[in-house]
Design a protein around this ligand. Structure first.
Ligand code: IMP
Ligand code: MG
Length: 167
């Protein structure tokens, strides 16, 4: 496996993204991590933002297994608390076709948050099938399947501290 983004590069970018999120949310922010892929990014981003972030998690399944998208999104675990009137940032590992995020944004927007924004560590712009707004993007990458830093291939490699390309 080939390293695409080093742990150092990720750490630097996460600090920058946290600074952007802090700037845009001076009164605090409610982060919603999308399980499972975003859990590592979520932990680092939360600590980089500091004390003014509260957190919750939601779980969806968009891929059966392996590398192909089914296009079907299912809600596997809902939030613990209401987001009505809150400033929410969805924290996702990667935006690929955009179907998962579009579904999540629609579901969460219907619950009347004051503001909803989205942060993705990675984006594959050439793979997009629907137009979805991502306010904070860590890295745009080519159309290749990546693992590590929370991202898996059939549940493996989530613990790699860097992003690597599966080949
Ligand atoms: P989308 O609905 O096609 O945008 O897919 C988004 C979801 O697919 C992400 O939340 C990931 O869980 C998964 N995914 C997409 N591309 C990759 C990849 O390169 N590696 C690991 N998971 C991926
Ligand atoms: Mg994901």
């Amino acid at each position: 496996m080939q390293t695409l983004i080093t742990a150092d590069a990720i750490a630097t970018r996460v600090q920058e993204m946290a600074a952007d999120i802090r700037r845009d949310h001076p009164t605090g922010v409610h982060l919603i991590g999308v399980l499972k892929g975003a859990y590592v990014f979520m932990a680092d981003l939360t600590r980089a933002i500091g004390g003014d972030a509260s957190i919750d998690f939601i779980a969806v399944s968009s891929y059966g297994s392996g590398m192909t998208s089914s296009g079907q999104v299912r809600l596997l675990k809902d939030l613990d608390s209401s987001i009505e009137g809150r400033d929410v940032v969805i924290v996702e590992d990667i935006v690929d076709t955009g179907l998962t995020l579009t579904y999540l944004q629609d579901v969460l927007r219907a619950r009347a948050p004051r503001r909803i924004r989205t942060a993705c560590l990675l984006s594959k712009p050439t793979r997009r099938r629907v137009n979805v707004v991502v306010d904070y993007v860590g890295f745009a990458i080519e159309d290749q399947f990546v693992v590590g830093y929370g991202l898996d291939y059939n549940e493996r490699y989530r613990g790699l501290p860097y992003i690597a390309v599966v080949s």
